[in-house]
Design a protein around this ligand. Structure first.
Ligand code: NCD
Ligand code: ZN
Length: 352
C-alpha cells in the first residue's frame, strides 16, 4: 500500500475566487480540500463594504456543489480604500463574517487601482482596526515605477510596513504571499501579532521558471518569483515550526487568453492541486511532519478561529494534472499543467 498522510483539514488564508460563472468553475477545487478560506476582495468593483462582503459570501455559499455544502466556510474581507470609514470596520466586526481588511497599494497588482494611494490617509481606520481586533492583510509591494520589480517587497517592508508596526503596535497584520528572505527575517523578528502567508508556487519555483526556454506567462504573478536564495528562505520558514508562517495559496485564476497576451496579467492558478503541491515541497525538504501545523493549525490560531475538526488524507500516488481547466466561457492553464505530482488527496473524513 502506498504511504498516506492524514492531517487536520487545512485552511487557505489567501484565495481569489472571482465571481459568477468563473467562481462556479473554480470554487469546488478549493472547497474540496480546505475547510475555510480568506476570500480576497479584489473584484471589479471591489468589496468595499460589509454589505457587499455579506452578499458575496451568500453567492459563494450558493455556488457550492451539493456534496460540499456545509464543508467550506468563506472568510470574508474588505478592500481598503482612501475613503474607508472607521464605522465600516465596526460594521464588519459586528457581522462576524468579515475576518480581515486588505491593503492593496493602488496599482500594485491585479484589480488594485481602487487601493490606497497613501497609508497616512487610513490612520483613523487603522486605529479602529487595532481597537476592534480586525486584522490588516497586506499586499506588500511599493508601487513606485522607478523601483526594480524584484526589490518592491523589501522596500515596502523598510518604508511602509516597519513604521506601520511601530505606529500600531497592537494591530494584527498578515504580510501576504511573502517572497523574500528579507520578509522572512522581518516576520521572524516581529512580535506575535504579525504573521505571513506563503504560496505553493513561491515555495516551488524561482524566477528562472519565468524564462525557461522563452517567456512563460503562466509563472507570472505578483509579487514576482524571486532568486533561489529567497525560495530557500521561504522553505526554511514554512518547515521551521514558527507559528507565524502559514498557508495562503493566492490561487488567482485568469482566462488563458489574458495570460497568453502581449500584456499578460498577474496570477497563478493553484487551487486544483494546492495541498498536494505543498506536500511535495515539504516531503522534498524532509519535513512532511511540518505540513499539518503550516497548513491546518497556525493560520487558524492566528485568526483566532477554532481548528478544523475534520481531516483529509493524502496518498503517495502518481497523477497527472490536466492541460487546461474550464473557466466559464474560457479555459485556464493550471500550475504544472500536464505534469505529474506524487501526492494526491484521496479522502476527506468528517471526524478527526
Ligand atoms: C492576484 C489576482 O489575480 O487577483 N494576482 C497575483 O498575481 N497574485 C492579485 C494579488 O494577490 O496580487
Ligand atoms: Zn492574491
Amino acid at each position: 500500500m502506498s504511504p498516506t498522510l492524514r492531517i487536520t483539514r487545512p485552511d487557505d488564508f489567501h484565495l481569489h475566487l472571482r465571481d459568477g460563472a468563473q467562481m462556479q468553475a473554480v470554487l469546488p477545487f478549493s472547497a474540496r480540500q480546505f475547510g475555510r478560506a480568506i476570500i480576497m476582495p479584489n473584484l471589479k468593483p471591489p468589496i468595499v463594504t460589509t454589505d457587499l462582503a455579506l452578499a458575496y459570501r451568500q453567492r459563494i455559499l450558493a455556488a457550492l456543489p451539493d456534496d460540499l455544502n456545509n464543508a467550506f466556510e468563506p472568510l470574508m474581507t474588505l478592500y481598503l480604500t482612501d475613503n474607508t470609514k472607521p464605522d465600516e470596520i465596526i460594521r464588519a466586526k459586528d457581522s462576524g463574517s468579515v475576518h480581515g481588511v486588505k491593503l492593496y497599494p493602488a496599482g500594485a497588482t491585479t484589480h488594485s487601482d481602487a487601493g490606497v494611494t497613501d497609508i497616512a490617509r487610513c490612520t483613523a481606520v487603522l486605529e479602529t482596526m487595532q481597537k476592534y481586533n480586525m486584522p490588516l492583510l497586506i499586499h506588500g509591494e511599493v508601487t513606485d515605477p522607478q523601483i526594480d520589480i524584484f526589490d518592491k517587497e523589501k522596500i515596502f517592508i523598510d518604508r511602509i510596513l516597519s513604521p506601520l508596526t511601530r505606529h500600531f503596535p497592537e494591530l494584527r497584520i498578515v504580510l501576504e504571499h511573502i517572497t523574500t528572505q528579507d520578509a522572512v527575517a522581518f516576520i521572524s523578528d516581529a512580535p506575535s501579532n504579525i504573521a505571513a502567508t506563503i504560496t505553493a508556487h513561491h515555495l516551488r519555483y524561482n524566477r528562472n521558471a519565468l524564462f525557461q526556454g522563452g517567456v512563460r506567462p503562466h509563472y507570472y504573478c505578483l509579487p514576482i518569483l524571486k532568486r533561489e536564495v529567497h525560495r530557500q528562505a521561504l522553505i526554511r520558514a514554512a518547515i521551521g515550526g514558527n507559528k507565524k508562517f502559514f498557508l495562503g495559496t493566492d490561487s488567482a485564476p485568469h482566462a488563458r487568453s489574458l495570460k497568453e497576451n502581449s500584456c499578460g496579467c498577474a496570477g497563478i492558478f493553484t487551487a486544483h492541486a494546492a495541498i498536494e503541491l505543498y506536500a511535495e515541497t515539504f516531503e522534498q525538504a524532509g519535513a512532511l511532519d511540518k505540513l499539518e501545523p503550516f497548513a491546518s493549525l497556525n493560520g487558524a490560531d492566528f485568526y483566532q478561529l477554532p481548528r478544523n475538526k475534520t481531516s483529509i488524507t493524502l496518498s503517495k500516488t502518481d497523477w497527472q494534472i490536466p492541460e487546461i481547466i474550464h473557466f466559464a466561457s474560457d479555459t485556464l492553464v493550471p500550475i504544472c499543467a500536464g505534469e505529474r505530482l506524487s501526492w494526491k488527496m484521496t479522502a476527506s473524513a468528517q471526524d478527526n
